[in-house]
Design a protein. Structure first.
Length: 241
C-alpha cells in the first residue's frame, strides 16, 4: 500500500497548495466561467495515474510438488497511466450524473512466501489493460470563488483487455463493483481543471480456476494458494472540462 499512500499524500499536498495559493492571490476575487455550471450537459477528458491492488484470501493448500503451504500477497504496486473522457449531465444546482469511461494500464505482482518466511524464486506478474465504465453521482458543494469541492459515488464495471492466458494467475475478463472519491473543480479562465481521487472496489471473484493446461504442473500451486481474489484500483486524475 506504499504507492497508494504516496498518491493520497500527493493529492493532499496539491489541495493544500491550491488553497494557500488561492488565499495569497485572492483566487476568488474575479469569478471565472460564471455560466459553466448552468450547462445542461458538457464533455471533457481525463489524464492521470493509477495503482492496482488485490484482496487475497489464503487457502492453506499443501502444494503437491514441494509439500509446502504458500501464502500470497501483493507487492511492488507500480504507478500506471490513465486516460479517459467525461460526459456530464446536470441534474440540479448541486448534483450531476457522470459517465466517465477510462483506460488504465498497469501491472500487479503477487509475492509468495512459505510458513517459514522463505520467498518463492519469482513473483507472479499480472498484466492488465482495463477499461472502467463508472456511472457516478457527483454531489457538489457551493462554489467558493473559483473553487468547488465535490464527492462522487456510483456503480462501475471493468473489462480487462490485457489478461494473458499464459500467466500463472489468470483473471476473468469482467468485474463489477462500486466507485467513490472526491475532487475539486478549479475554474480557470478558459476551462475547469479538477484534481480527483477515486477508489474502485470490485465484488466479483476474479481468479479463473478453469485452467486444465496447468493440471499436473508445478505452477498450479500459485493458483491453489489463493481462495478468493478481488480487485481494488486507486486513481489520481486531472479532469479538463
Amino acid at each position: 500500500m506504499k504507492t497508494v499512500n504516496k498518491i493520497i499524500f500527493t493529492l493532499l499536498v496539491f489541495f493544500s497548495a491550491v488553497s494557500a495559493n488561492a488565499q495569497i492571490k485572492n483566487f476568488g476575487t474575479v469569478r471565472n466561467l460564471i455560466n459553466a455550471d448552468n450547462k445542461q450537459y458538457h464533455f471533457g477528458f481525463i489524464l492521470g495515474f493509477n495503482s492496482m491492488d488485490f484482496n487475497l484470501d489464503q487457502t492453506n493448500h499443501v502444494a503437491e510438488d514441494d509439500g509446502k503451504i504458500w501464502y500470497a500477497d501483493v507487492t511492488n504496486q507500480g504507478v500506471g497511466f490513465t486516460v479517459g473522457i467525461i460526459s456530464d449531465l446536470r441534474l440540479g444546482r448541486y448534483f450531476n450524473l457522470r459517465f466517465d469511461p477510462v483506460l488504465l494500464f498497469n501491472d500487479r505482482s503477487v509475492h509468495y512466501v512459505d510458513k517459514d518466511g522463505n520467498a518463492a524464486e519469482e513473483d507472479v506478474v499480472v498484466k492488465s489493460t482495463i477499461i472502467d465504465f463508472p456511472l457516478l453521482m457527483k454531489a457538489r458543494a457551493a462554489r467558493m470563488g473559483n473553487l468547488r469541492p465535490y464527492l462522487l459515488a456510483g456503480p462501475a464495471m471493468t473489462l480487462d483487455l490485457g489478461r494473458s492466458t499464459d500467466a500463472n494467475l489468470l483473471l476473468k475478463g469482467i468485474d463489477y463493483g462500486v466507485e467513490f472519491g472526491f475532487g475539486c473543480d478549479i475554474y480557470l479562465t478558459y476551462f475547469k481543471l479538477a484534481p480527483e481521487f477515486k477508489m474502485f472496489l470490485g465484488f466479483n471473484e476474479l481468479l479463473d480456476t478453469n485452467r486444465p493446461e496447468l493440471e499436473g504442473t508445478k505452477d498450479i500451486k500459485w493458483q491453489q494458494a489463493i481462495g478468493k481474489l478481488t480487485s481494488r484500483i486507486f486513481t489520481l486524475t486531472f479532469n479538463f472540462e
